[in-house]
Design a protein around this ligand. Structure first.
Ligand code: PMP
Length: 389
């Protein structure tokens, strides 16, 4: 059975060009970048070159703004806790949008337990944050606001430039989780007024186990991991040179190919949306146009996302669901609840994230499998029978 993988937001294969580029740093140039001898310096040079590629990728001021971490969760923790705690004398208030990833929301909640006031910024039914509300909840004590560039579950792209203007008027910092957006839409931290920005290597077809926090010059944060003082003292621990070098190359390739790849995926995404919405009682989640070019997300009444995922897998098609199974709790996705869906509606979601292996030929196969899956599950669903009666 041919495999159609449509869960690129969860994981991606490492690009073979990236693997070839970074491979020597596992077995040939395996030095520790902190060692002063030639083997160490060779590794250090490669890490610094990678830092430069990532700085270019997001149009940062210079390469010293790029702090490597062990992944996006770590970068988000560093941004949230590091900025709030370092700037505590300015104020003890923080803001997060209701659709942030848990790696932003949970550190925010921890700050709240430790005496910070946390205000949640609501979004509308398409997932766009409420700018007027943002303006009204910001105070001079708000040290940090976190709004993601684009949401991984519903694909909606946020108006980051407008958000940064509002946040800066009150004097706070803006953190942007750009894990889902990186490599799909161009990011310019200077032009968009971003103070802190998170990226993940694996979301760029780079090796897992690497992430980045961009820290704008002049923005002060403190470390959350203490140790040997690597990465300007902001992320201690011996560098994962293979993954860091791979991430830089992945960012370079993404930058070079993004425009072409996004234009290739856009009509495929739109065709998926058109075909799947033919199914009775199916709805698009997220914004119809302000959405990532590789992202199509749906909900179907009367059925559950986990059953959809498992049924689709039997057709050789891998998809994701924002509900219970993926979040390891019985609660539906907080993102789908935040856009105003009822619990039972939020349970029936299916997320397709397209990638370099996706082609237009996949659309009829996936649409047919989705239709058959939805009809089969509805035949078994007591909710659906009640609706029909
Ligand atoms: N932010 C977003 C938007 C994500 O989708 C994810 C998960 N890919 C993360 C942060 C955390 O990434 P990781 O689990 O790789 O640390």
């Amino acid at each position: 059975m041919p495999r159609i993988y449509l869960d690129h937001a969860s994981s991606m294969p490492v690009d073979s060009r990236v693997f070839e580029f970074a491979k020597p740093y596992l077995r040939e140039s395996w030095g520790n970048p902190s060692s002063l001898h030639s083997v160490g310096l060779e590794a250090k040079r490669a890490v610094e070159e990678s830092r430069g590629k990532i700085a270019e990728f997001i149009h940062a001021e210079n390469e010293s703004t790029i702090i490597f971490t062990g992944g996006a969760t770590e970068a988000n923790n560093l941004a949230v806790k590091g900025a709030a705690l370092r700037n505590i004398t300015k104020g003890k208030a923080v803001i997060a949008s209701t659709i942030e990833h848990m790696s932003v929301l949970n550190p925010m909640k921890e700050l709240q337990k430790n005496g910070f006031s946390l205000t949640m910024l609501p979004v509308d039914s398409t997932g766009i944050v409420d700018l007027k509300k943002l303006d009204s909840i910001l105070t001079k004590d708000t040290v940090l606001s976190s709004v993601m560039y684009a949401n991984n579950e519903i694909g909606t792209i946020e108006p980051i430039k407008d958000i940064s203007k509002i946040v800066h008027e009150k004097g706070g910092f803006l953190h942007v989780d750009a894990v889902a957006a990186g490599g799909r839409v161009p990011i310019d931290v200077q032009n968009e007024g971003i103070d802190l920005l998170t990226l993940s290597s694996n979301d760029l077809y780079g090796p897992p186990g690497a992430g980045v926090l961009y820290v704008k010059p002049g923005v002060k944060i403190q470390s959350v991991l203490l140790g040997g003082g690597q990465e300007r003292g902001l992320r201690s621990g011996t560098e994962n040179v293979f993954a860091l070098v791979g991430m830089g190359e992945a960012a370079r390739i993404a930058q070079q190919e993004m425009k072409q790849e996004s234009s290739r995926l856009l009509p495929i995404r739109d065709k998926f949306i058109k075909e799947i919405l033919q199914i009775d009682q199916s709805y698009l989640t997220g914004h119809p146009t302000l959405r990532l070019p590789h992202h199509a997300s749906f909900r179907f009444s009367f059925i559950e996302g986990e059953s959809i995922l498992l049924n689709m897998d039997m057709y050789g098609i891998q998809v994701s669901t924002g509900s219970a199974c993926s979040s390891k709790t019985l609660e539906p996705s907080h993102v789908l609840l935040a856009i105003g869906l009822k619990h039972e509606e939020a349970h029936g979601s299916m997320v397709l994230t397209l990638g370099r292996s996706t082609s237009m030929e996949d659309v009829p196969v996936v649409s047919k499998a989705t239709n058959e899956t939805v009809q089969r599950l509805r035949r078994l669903s007591p909710m659906s029978q009640e609706w029909r009666n």
